[in-house]
Design a protein around this ligand. Sequence first.
Ligand code: ADP
Length: 362
Amino acid sequence: MAALDRAKSLLFSNVSHELRTPLTLLAGPLDDLLAEAPEGQKREMLVMARRNVRRLTRLVSTLMDVSRLEAGRLKGSFRLVNLGAVTRDLAALFRGAIEKAKLNFTVECDQQNKDVYVDPDHWEKIVFNLVGNALKYTMRGFVKVRVTYSKTEAILTVSDSGVGIPNSDIGLIGERFHRVQSVSRSYEGTGIGLALVKELVKLHGGTLEIDSHVAEESADGSHGSTFRVALPLGSDHLPIDAIDHAAAQAMQNTYGKGIVDEAMQWTRDREGSSADESLSSDSTPDSSGASSRGLDPTTLYFKKEDVIMLVDDSFDTRRYMRSIFAPFCKLVEARDGKEALDMCEVSMPDLIISDVMMPKVS
Ligand code: ADP
């Protein structure tokens, strides 16, 4: 098992490394093109491409971080910070996405200057993964972020009124690639985020505790999760050469912006498309769509009045497919199997093109 695990980690770091270079070479030119692209459909396509390149880049770098952490090769560079203020600023980036999802968002961070050392980049990843998950797995209610202090510890808690995690799974959360089948805003995910959080917290000499319950397992039907990160105060528990005495720099937040951008897609998804807008949606011919991909409309069997139903939980995938078919026929969109079935009861499309694994009903 140990050998297998080493092989896995080696594979991750080698493959990740190979993936990083081409990704960088995609991201750069895309940014350049975007800087010059005028508003319009082509720009939207570039924005979508950039969002997905960023997503892949984040995934790859998370994989690399996790395998480096597990091999003891990723070290921290710890600085004295005002943890409450830093965390409040990080959480603030999520406000738009969380409020758009109609969740109640509270941030209560004790902003006293205490003796807390963190690696700012790592802390950002911890906060963003926890808050991102809280949003992803909470369909209604609240998300709450707190920083408090005990005599010996700084404590970050991120709690939500989301679906919760079944008892049988709690012990496995934070194992690489472990995921629970649960209702969420997006089926997308890899089960790597919490593995990273767990390793990063360990690197800080801290602990991660999860308290979570699902409605079926609680006496009163309540549900939700609390993730509690506790870091020891002071720096005695950290390696001396890993302490950075330089003044705190402004945080970059690039990692976090990617997560927020993605979260915006989930909520945007909830408000857009679906039955109300669907049948009459903008099927305007699109020069950047099918025709420029060499598809000849006369070889397609569609009539203008035919209705295709696109079923996919990814907003970007639906939009891309829409750009292909929109010139030829009418389109309706559903975000998961359940929504598709409901829409079929009202009006049966001529053709359904569907993803397989989706939230609610696959
Ligand atoms: P991902 O979200 O990409 O699947 P994570 O490592 O972030 O991966 O989380 C692992 C699993 O833990 C998720 O698939 C989900 O089942 C569960 N989980 C994490 N955070 C929450 C939360 N706040 N509420 C409910 N379930 C959660």
